[in-house]
Design a binder for this molecule. Structure first.
Ligand SMILES: C[S@@+](CC[C@H](N)C(=O)[O-])C[C@H]1O[C@@H](n2cnc3c(N)ncnc32)[C@H](O)[C@@H]1O
Length: 475
């Protein structure tokens, strides 16, 4: 069959959502299909009349709860009189056909469980989120495809969306009264994309309600501009699949993004295409924008009502200066959210097959900066140069030789395992596993210039057995 076949030429169905509360709906048949229809009808508040000589056990239980009337007999065409809707779901096609004809003659829309073509309407697959209902239909062409899609949507749309829709419904009248029509869409997108929605997702409905009330009162009816917000988001070590759902959500709603050099193009591609991009990144000594200027820029943008995405590599609170960046916002009383990311330590270790702790080899793990401060590596070497622990050095490539030397001087054996993970979790990942004595030379011989993480400890040896990731080498 091709898409040019006649079966695809028929007109499309017209989707609507029916209000059936208090109205009588006839369901002919008492089997599993009928039970499914009845469950949804009851949810819609319909008065359900079931006509069938036998009914499913589940339906018997539902009878007790009310809202269903069961006539224990075979259905007849005359039964369609006066009902709002009719479901012909008996196991006899002849009976269903006669009922459908009778319903149609009386102007009652009918659905046949056994024949979509002889039905006036179809029952779509449903993702039910309170007042928010997402329905999927293929005009009976591919029910298993619609079920599949429904399954995807179930996982994609958090249950709390129903609460969010209900809350919006509560405030709809007030918003109409206070804001001109032109300002409403921007207001609602700030509600759905900002702290109000986040409170709902976190299950804090009372807080969400008061935040929404406050946001509405703060709104300037003239400009429609409220206060902006900053999202300090960790984007992980490089593989876009390691972003969190929350990071992705905020990336797609930002008005402006401030990002570092370490953020991969594949991740930046996931930021809303409408968002303005500002490269504030730093790589080694080449600072594009001084830290103080980045902090002030975020404050300025948020004060101008923008949703500012500050996208950081790894986790913002692990050698990311996230604390400093957010401090100025806190002082200015501007709203912000912090979204953790997978730090390079976790990402590189997992993708290199090096467990950071292990019952037999490492009872603790220490994250250390390998960056010089005032030309010195001021670290407590006696604490670091101990067996039974794993050391992870960030920004340690330049000072690799000094780091390895100090660890040996303070007691670790020269053949102690050490590895450099370069461009970890990306298609360009390189792992150089060696010892403290020979790692600096091996790394110096490597021509790549990517971000590099040093892991020191007995756990490094496990990569030979646990390594699994095969980088494709292509971006
Ligand atoms: C300024 S720190 C930022 C760390 C980041 N906040 C985190 O949690 O991963 C930058 C250092 O992280 C490490 N790093 C970040 N991404 C990396 C990657 N994909 N592969 C290896 N090391 C990485 C390198 O040591 C790099 O010099």
């Amino acid at each position: 069959m091709t898409v040019n076949d006649d079966s695809f030429q028929r007109p499309a169905t017209y989707p609507i959502a029916l209000r059936l509360a208090g109205r009588c709906v006839l369901v002919a048949g008492g089997g599993r299909v009928a039970a499914r229809r009845i469950a949804r009808l009851r949810h819609a508040g319909a008065q359900v009349r079931v006509i069938a000589p036998e009914i499913d056990d589940r339906l018997r239980e539902d009878l007790v709860q009310g809202g269903i009337e069961w006539l224990c007999r075979r259905v007849e065409p005359a039964d369609v009189a006066g009902v709002a809707l009719c479901f012909a779901a008996t196991d006899d096609p002849q009976v269903n056909a006669e009922l459908a004809a009778a319903a149609r003659a009386q102007g009652v829309p009918v659905q046949r469980a056994d024949d979509a073509e002889d039905s006036d309407f179809l029952v779509p697959a449903l993702v039910d989120r309170g007042p928010l209902q997402i329905t999927v239909s293929s005009d009976a062409a591919a029910p298993s495809l619609t079920r599949r899609l429904r399954g995807h949507l179930e996982t994609l749309v958090p249950r709390a969306y129903g609460d969010l829709a209900a809350l919006a419904g509560e405030f709809r009248g007030q918003v109409r009264q206070r804001l001109p029509r032109s300002a409403r869409p921007a207001f609602w997108s700030r509600v759905f994309d900002g702290p109000v929605a986040e409170h709902v997702f976190a299950g804090h409905l009372a807080q969400a309600r008061s935040e929404l009330q406050a946001a509405l009162e703060q709104e300037n009816p003239e400009t429609g501009l409220g206060t902006g917000e900053v999202y300090l988001v960790g984007s992980g070590p490089g593989d876009p699949d390691l972003l969190t759902f929350r990071a992705l959500r905020l990336m797609q709603r930002a008005d402006v993004v401030l990002h570092d050099s370490l953020i991969s193009p594949a991740i930046l591609d996931l930021v809303s295409p409408e968002a303005e991009r500002i490269h504030v990144g730093k790589r080694a000594a080449r600072h594009t924008l001084p830290q103080g200027d980045i902090n002030s820029l975020m404050v300025e943008l948020a004060q101008a009502g923008k949703r500012v995405l500050r996208l950081k590599g790894g986790d913002p609170f692990v050698f990311g200066r996230g604390g400093e960046e957010i401090a100025e916002l806190a002082e200015a009383g501007l709203p912000f959210q912090i979204v953790p990311g997978i730090t390079a330590a976790n990402g590189c270790a997992a993708y290199a097959g090096i467990p950071l702790t292990h019952r037999d080899h490492a009872q603790s793990v220490i994250f250390v900066t390998g960056h010089l401060k005032a030309g010195e590596l001021k670290l407590s070497w006696p604490e670091l140069a101990k067996p039974g622990q794993t050391l992870v050095f960030f920004m340690g490539r330049k000072n690799l030789a000094i780091i390895c030397q100090r660890l040996i001087e303070h007691g670790l054996p020269a053949d102690w395992p050490a590895a450099m993970v370069i461009d970890g979790t990306t298609a360009r990942q390189r792992l150089i596993a060696a010892t403290l004595a020979d790692l600096p030379e091996r790394v110096a011989a490597d021509t790549s210039t990517g971000a590099a993480l040093l892991i020191v400890g007995e756990v490094v040896r496990l990569h030979a057995k646990l390594g699994w990731f095969q980088p494709s080498g292509e971006d």
